[in-house]
Design a protein around this ligand. Structure first.
Ligand code: S3P
Length: 176
């Protein structure tokens, strides 16, 4: 597939857990022929621990600090596709850095779709001890207004990740 998108800035994918930032981001990077990075994976690499272990051993605040540093470093490099963790864009420093240095894309889906998708893995500390639907709905309420500051808003609910990928490419082509 060739698409008329030339990357002069990093594309930062944001949105709630389970929306497909990593899966779709990987495919988007392949189509655009640029590297893909997942912020959570980079934090895990830097810490030598999984996200759950970081939460358990050091607490969420320490995770957020690592997240801020790792994202700042990634945004300093050449253009990539960057999948953010769901909470990253809530940090004011990270948010303004992303506004400055990246093109941000909010992937949106309804809670039912997200619950379906997160149920495939149990690696997310925020969903471990409570009802995922309730947690995700609360997070959406808290985060929607910040997420809405993203440059592009893309529907990631209906259909497959391939459909979402095409929606993103359409939005990128239309958005420049
Ligand atoms: C979080 C989302 C997770 C991960 C951490 C916290 C959040 O990333 O960063 O568990 O606050 O929404 P994904 O959105 O990639 O699951």
């Amino acid at each position: 597939m060739t698409r008329a998108v030339v990357l002069d800035k990093t594309i930062a994918l944001l949105g709630l857990m389970g929306v497909g930032k990593t899966t779709v981001g990987r495919r988007l990077a392949a189509v655009l022929a640029v590297p893909f990075k997942d912020a959570d994976e980079e934090i895990e690499r830097a810490a030598g621990r999984s996200v759950s272990e970081i939460f358990d051993d050091f607490g969420e605040a320490a995770f957020r600090e690592g997240e801020r540093k790792v994202i700042a470093r990634l945004l300093d490099g050449p253009p990539i596709v960057l999948a953010l963790g769901g909470g990253a864009f809530m940090d004011p420093t990270t948010r303004s850095l992303i506004k400055d240095k990246a093109q941000s894309v909010w992937l949106q889906a309804d809670i039912k779709t997200l619950v379906n998708r997160v149920s495939r893995r149990d690696t997310r500390p925020l969903l471990r001890d409570s009802d995922p639907a309730e947690v995700l709905a609360t997070l959406l309420e808290k985060r929607a207004s910040a997420y809405a500051e993203a440059d592009l808003h893309v529907n990631a609910a209906a259909g497959s990740h391939e459909t979402t990928l095409n929606h993103i490419l359409d939005a990128l082509e239309g958005g420049r």
